[in-house]
Design a protein around this ligand. Structure first.
Ligand code: DP6
Length: 329
């Protein structure tokens, strides 16, 4: 059907974190970051521009959203409409495929899929770099979900040069990520607010920026050298440093819960037992454990002694965005 675009985008987890913006409107980050796209969580979105509509209609997981819930999507579509020179409202259907009970819906896969579907439906012919820039305007982490495997978001300095760059599709690695779902509740402080508060008030923030630039160089070496230990150690320390900046903010805050700490300590114990694995955490209490695929059954069984099976979700490296004008793929 004309005026219709569909996209499926996968979420990503940052190994080198994005934490802080230098431009809130364009979503230009204070630092470059690097992530791994994963196969387990993705969003499928269809956008159809329709002259007969009065305003955008947004269905999320088959449920029509109210005007407040639709606002962010409309604001994003306005960017696409402006670029395409149209004013037509759209019907947007978006479904998050997240393993049941995980509560891990992601703005990264959501905005990447919306960018893909909307640009296609509006007739904009964007290459992947331009699509990455567009996705960035919805949510910073979406910049990286355009590509599969390891992806660097080069911070750039303006709307056109801040985008994702594929580093390695991770197919020659033997990687897995175990999600330890500590809590499925909505975050108390969104990443958007949390990073703003940190940049504005934390005296540790300048140290974070300095050391993240170094961590990015180190992790890119690790990827090139296929050095899992270096990859994991750099990821783990970078994540911890990001969380440390929040303790220095005014008022201070943390996303950690007692179970998060237990999971992190457990990872350290597993390493002492000789199982290579490393953790990272984002703007929430869940812990993500990076390991070799071959060690995953062992690690999962160990975690199952202290957490419920339903709290443990497995993911592997995932692909880049998939686009389609017609029916699916
Ligand atoms: C901790 O991309 O959700 O997950 O750009 O304001 O939408 P906005 O923020 P978002 O922040 C992600 C922060 C993080 C680290 C990361 O993914 O790099």
């Amino acid at each position: 059907m004309a005026n219709t675009g569909k996209a499926r985008a996968y979420t990503n987890i940052a190994l080198i974190k994005y934490w802080g913006k230098k431009d809130d409107d364009l979503i230009l980050p204070m630092n470059s970051s690097l992530s791994l796209t994963l196969d387990a969580f993705y969003t499928e979105t269809t956008v159809h521009f329709d002259e007969t509509l009065k305003e955008d209609q947004f269905y999320l997981n088959q449920t029509l959203q109210n005007p407040t819930q639709t606002k962010k999507t409309t604001r994003f579509l306005d960017l696409v409409r402006h670029e395409a020179g149209i004013t037509t409202p759209a019907i947007i259907e978006s479904t998050n495929y997240v393993p049941t009970a995980a509560g891990l819906a992601s703005s990264a896969s959501g905005f990447a899929a919306l960018a893909g579907a909307a640009s296609l439906a509006s007739g904009l012919e964007l290459d992947l770099q331009a699509l990455s820039c567009l996705a960035r305007r919805g949510s910073g982490s979406a910049t990286r979900s355009i590509y599969g495997g390891f992806v660097e978001w080069q911070m750039g300095s303006n709307d056109l040069d801040s985008y994702g760059v594929p580093i390695d599709d991770a197919s020659s690695w033997d990687l897995a990520m175990l999600f330890v779902v500590v809590n499925q509740k909505e975050k108390v402080i969104s990443s958007r607010d949390g990073m703003k508060q940190t940049v504005a008030t934390s005296p540790f923030y300048s140290g974070w920026l300095e050391s993240t630039a170094k961590d990015l160089i180190t992790i890119k070496e690790a990827i090139k050298e296929h050095d899992f230990q270096k990859l994991g150690e750099t990821m783990e320390s970078n994540g911890l440093k990001m969380h440390a900046t929040m303790l220095g903010a005014t008022p201070p805050f943390t996303y950690w819960e007692p179970d998060s700490i237990q999971a992190m300590q457990f990872v350290a114990e597993l390493r002492q037992e000789g199982i290579p694995c490393y953790f990272t955490m984002d703007a929430g209490p869940n812990v993500k454990v990076l390991c070799h695929k071959s060690d995953l059954p062992k690690i999962k069984a160990k975690f199952a002694t202290i957490f419920q099976e339903t709290q443990l979700i497995t993911a592997y490296p995932g692909p880049g965005i998939q686009l389609s004008k017609g029916d699916f793929y």
